[in-house]
Design a protein around this ligand. Structure first.
Ligand SMILES: *Cc1c(COP(=O)(O)O)cnc(C)c1O
Length: 408
């Protein structure tokens, strides 16, 4: 059971993330059509689908045609399997000792890069009486990030273990392009040199017998110049390119690209569509005289009489405390500043300049406040990220478990 899937959200919600699953489907199809060389596009749904709700997003990606989902861990893979019984599920993180049997039982495809991974998976495969080449693995190469992946020097010892009688087969060679968002491409170029060398080493061994994919990049790679380079390298080695798409699937283009909706696009031209709208409501209002302090430690003092609106959303919900006194949310299509410190469970907005605010009014934290008129206002994940000194990935994954994710 997905702990973040809430089924008891009241229609009179006070704190809610609306998930537009058809936008996610459109994004997936759009990205796949952009991908060069009939690439395989993996829908990355780790971290509860980037905070958007695994139970909503995994089936949506599959509906849009995704054959592959990727998650961080075996635990997440088990959760994803429940929502996508037929999909291939790639676990991007380390396989720990003892996890092999679970990987096999749930049909999970692990990433491997150490001899310990081989030991664990081989013994689990033997225990399950699997025949040769029956457990697909993605072999990760460290091409510069020093995080996961085998170093080139470690590769021969790994490849020696993938004999024709091994229960494992290498289905993909994988690496993580970690600077696809940089203009000059120098880091990617260095990574390609190592990747090329790794592929040549692999190709000359029986371990290459079942190799199908070159899995190299994330959203910024597909939407930037790395896409063509990955496709070219894949073709040179007779492989199919594979891209692992997270942020773009949720409708946010990495800043290095200019696909972010609602960018000025030609009419009819598809754009990425943000999938998540985070809303709360005004639950109480008060008027304060000049000189009154607001919130913990009185970091804000009213210099004139003010009208304040209370929202039941705080940093425990993912409303970053660094937004205190420096960001505004949307009320009645206008910007209402967060005044005083954001508390754990609530925050205070200055609505002095916004006429007619009432208890129950919708407040948009992230997304577009749809007013049925031309004056819709939008807060993007980048707006929130900039104000809280982080990145959209962290903004999304910080939205807390108290915020129900509801399909719209
Ligand atoms: C999270 C992740 C991705 C997806 O990255 P985005 O930038 O969100 O598209 C791709 N590959 C790996 C290995 C990842 O961990």
């Amino acid at each position: 059971m997905d702990p973040l899937m809430t089924t008891h959200a009241s229609p009179a919600f006070a704190n809610l993330a609306e998930i537009d699953t058809s936008a996610l489907e459109d994004n997936y199809r759009f990205l796949r059509q952009l991908a060069p060389g009939s690439a395989e596009c993996v829908a990355v749904v780790k971290a509860n689908a980037y905070g958007h709700g695994l139970s909503l997003c995994a089936p949506a990606a599959v509906r849009a045609g995704a054959h592959w989902l990727a998650v961080a861990s075996v635990e997440e893979a088990i959760a994803a399997r429940a929502y996508a019984p037929q999909a291939r599920i790639l676990a991007l993180g380390s396989i720990l000792p003892g996890w092999g049997a679970t990987v096999i039982a749930h049909g999970i495809t692990p990433c491997i890069w150490t001899l310990e991974h081989l030991d664990e998976l081989e013994s689990a495969a033997h225990a399950a009486a699997l025949g040769p080449a029956s457990l697909a693995v993605h072999l990760e190469i460290d091409t510069g990030m020093s995080r996961q992946g085998a170093a080139l020097e470690e590769l021969p010892d790994i490849l020696k273990r993938i004999t024709p009688s091994s229960p494992l087969r290498i289905e993909a060679v994988m690496t993580h392009l970690y600077a696809s968002d940089e203009d000059n491409g120098a880091r990617s170029a260095q990574q390609y040199v190592k990747l090329d060398e790794a592929l040549r080493m692999i190709q000359s061994t029986p371990a290459a017998a079942h190799l199908q994919y070159l899995s190299a990049g994330a959203s910024a790679a597909l939407l930037g110049s790395d896409a063509a380079d990955v496709a070219e390298m894949a073709q040179r080695f007779g492989l199919k390119p594979m891209f692992r798409l997270g942020l773009a699937l949720y409708g946010i283009a990495p800043r290095s690209t200019d696909l972010q909706a609602p960018a000025a696009q030609l009419p009819g031209q598809p754009v990425l569509k943000p999938v998540l709208t985070w809303k709360t409501r005004v639950v109480s209002l008060r008027t304060i005289p000049a000189g009154t302090e607001i919130g913990y430690n009185g970091t804000f003092t009213a210099t004139e009489p003010m009208r304040l609106a209370l929202i039941p959303t705080g940093y425990a919900d993912g409303l970053d405390r660094r937004l205190s006194n420096r960001f505004s949310l949307l009320v009645r299509g206008q910007r209402a500043p967060l005044v005083g410190r954001v508390s754990m469970d609530m925050a205070v907005l200055d609505v002095t300049e916004i006429p007619g605010v009432e208890t129950g009014d919708e407040v948009v934290i992230l997304g577009t406040q749809n007013r049925g008129t031309q004056d819709n206002e939008t807060i993007t994940a980048y707006d929130l990220a900039d104000a809280s000194e982080t990145i959209p990935w962290e903004v999304f994954t910080s939205i807390g478990p108290r915020v129900p994710r509801i399909s719209v």
